[in-house]
Design a protein around this ligand. Structure first.
Ligand code: DON
Length: 573
């Protein structure tokens, strides 16, 4: 008998099947020790910027490790195979969610200013910024946090021993890996800085030149350093012989580190920021990363406008105006919460967004000079790294790690293999003077001893009853707006591959331009935006390297995606 003739019977059958399914799941759950995570159908998934890191992390999960174990392995491998992006000479933020109790935490492994640092350390006697001093060489390096963070994650959240977790990175450092085209491009970009450091030059160049395609890069000193950490934990890096070598070498190259800086470095477990937007629950990085707060502000300002009543171009206009205002607040109010007072709750409130939106004119762009008159150009770069991990239990990790500029400061202390960061440039060197990403800042982000520099890194979780998204990307000042556009794409129903591939636009208050990737705006949209008074800056290269995991709770499907702009690999197992 055909059911098509009896739609009511069709409906009844469906209801019956659904109830049977639910009863079956309930029995399974009650009597077989099955967890909610298994019912939700989570799979092991990793997306990272390099195939070796994703594969090594997945092996850890297959060997019975959890997402936090895998997070240690992925970070350590990236430190070896992406020396231009992140490393044990740098730092980062790890957003964790533990399945057993649903608790969320941000591990703040951000670099700190050395104790001898002071607010004018990059200014000459006339108060001008000394070009390059916060970007190249030993003086540019903050005290690294990555090893302290990895050891902490393994100890508190992991289940496998540290030597096992570091083993893939040690092998890759010792036996070598074949460099990629991104390595060649970024090494060329930073060749001058690398040439200044005898050790960096020996390790990362060949007779002072960019290594040829197919070059096998071996880092035996880095392998030894990682082995020390595997044996001794954080003391392998922050105390003893290695610490002595780091400090001596930094100081002889004009840096100001002391033994105390390394000994006293501490990670901080922070409560991430959380808010609701259009039915989505969002968890993201808190200060010293501006990421979550700026993201929330952009979203709140958008909610001051009735989205459905806006035309396509008005939506872009309002988004740009929201970005402009949120980045202005970043510049003025944000800095390390342990050193300056920041009214986080106020900045994230809808009431505040209401006030911020009042001067948005739907007929024309608000010039950033309306707020003040500083205007500088942004330099381009791409480095830093992100990875996302989900395991079958439902543990989650979203981590963005950095040594700041490509190849960091370009400086490697003798006999350590540790390429140091140049994260000090993320401080506001002088009020109103832009950093490498064109970001300006003021008092809140001024340099002070042991202070953490303001960041844009935005590892984020997004969840509602239908979906879970683990997302993040590198991209300097553009990180926050990229993560926003990723969340928007998910909200609009895009799948994992579509979200990472989506073309991006960006505004950061100063410089007062809309930056956009090739094809991100149609010719007509460009004309319309110009007519509203926006200045456009088309970029000739795409930006970002988004790595995400998307789990559909309705279908039970876990997918992962690596940005097609990079060479990353996503694996679902
Ligand atoms: O912490 C920050 O915001 C920067 N140091 C991140 C740098 C970065 O993402 C560069 N990538 N393109």
């Amino acid at each position: 008998m055909s059911n098509a003739k009896h739609p009511e019977r069709n409906g009844l059958v469906c209801v019956f099947l659904l109830i049977r399914h639910l009863v079956y799941l309930l029995i399974l759950f009650l009597f077989s020790g099955t967890s909610f995570a298994e019912l939700a159908g989570y799979r092991n998934a990793i997306a990272s910027a390099h195939a070796s890191a994703s594969e090594a992390g997945m092996q850890i999960l297959r060997d019975g490790g959890n997402a936090f174990d895998a997070a240690v392995t992925v970070a350590a491998v990236l430190a070896v195979v992406e020396p231009y992006s992140s490393g044990i000479g740098g730092g980062g933020f790890w957003l964790l969610q533990r399945a057993s109790d649903g608790s969320q935490v941000m591990i703040d492994g951000r670099e700190r200013a050395p104790l001898a640092a002071h607010r004018d350390m990059y200014l000459d006697t006339k108060g001008r910024v000394i070009q390059g001093a916060s970007i190249n060489g030993a003086l540019a390096a903050g005290i690294p946090g990555q090893i302290a963070a990895l050891v902490h994650i393994q100890k508190k959240y992991g289940s496998l021993p540290l030597p096992r977790l570091l083993q893939p990175a040690i092998l890759l450092a010792r036996n070598g890996f074949v460099i990629d085209a991104i390595y060649q491009r970024l090494a060329r970009f930073r060749q001058d800085a690398i040439l200044q450091s005898t050790e960096a030059r020996r390790i990362f160049l060949v007779d002072g030149h960019i290594p040829a395609t197919g070059h096998l890069l071996k880092q035996p000193e880095l392998a030894n350093t990682l082995e020390l950490v595997a044996e001794q934990g954080r003391d392998g890096f922050y105390a003893g012989e290695l610490a002595k070598k780091l400090v001596a070498s930094v100081r002889s190259a004009g840096g100001i580190w002391t033994d105390r800086d390394l000994r006293e470095y501490q990670i901080v477990e922070r409560e991430p920021v959380q808010w609701q937007w259009r039915g989505l629950h969002i968890t993201s990085a808190t200060l010293p990363s501006s990421g979550g707060i700026v993201l929330a502000q952009i979203m709140n300002i958008l909610d001051e406008f009735e989205d459905v009543s806006l035309t396509d171009i008005q939506k872009i206009h309002v988004l740009i105006e929201a970005m402009r205002r949120a980045y202005r607040d970043r510049a003025i109010y944000m800095g390390d919460i342990d050193h300056v007072k920041v009214k986080v709750a106020k900045l994230m409130s809808q009431h505040y967004a209401g006030k911020k939106s009042m001067d948005i004119d739907m007929q024309k762009a608000t010039p950033s000079t309306f707020f003040d008159e500083i205007n500088r150009n942004v330099q381009e770069s791409d480095n830093t790294t992100h990875y996302s991990i989900l395991d079958r239990q439902g543990n989650r990790v979203s981590a963005t790690l950095s040594i700041n500029y490509p190849f960091g400061s370009g400086f490697v202390p003798e006999g350590t293999g540790v390429l140091l960061n140049d994260e000090m440039d993320d401080f506001s060197l002088r009020p109103g003077t832009p950093n490498a990403y064109g970001l300006i800042g003021g008092e809140a982000n001024a340099i002070a001893p042991a202070k953490r520099m303001l960041s844009s890194m935005s590892p984020t979780f997004v969840e509602d009853s239908n979906k879970l998204l683990i997302i993040g990307t590198p991209g300097g000042s553009r990180i926050i707006t990229m993560v926003f556009q990723g969340i928007l794409a998910m909200y609009q129903g895009m799948d994992a591959d579509e979200i990472v591939a989506r073309r991006r636009i960006h505004h950061q208050y100063l410089p007062d331009v809309i930056q956009f990737e090739p094809d991100a705006l149609t010719a007509q949209q460009q004309v319309q935006l110009k007519a509203l008074g926006h200045q456009l800056q088309p970029l000739d290269r795409p930006f970002g390297n988004m790595q995400l995991i998307l789990h559909d709770k309705v279908t039970g499907r876990t997918s992962a995606a690596s940005d097609p702009r990079g060479i990353g690999l996503s694996i679902v197992d």
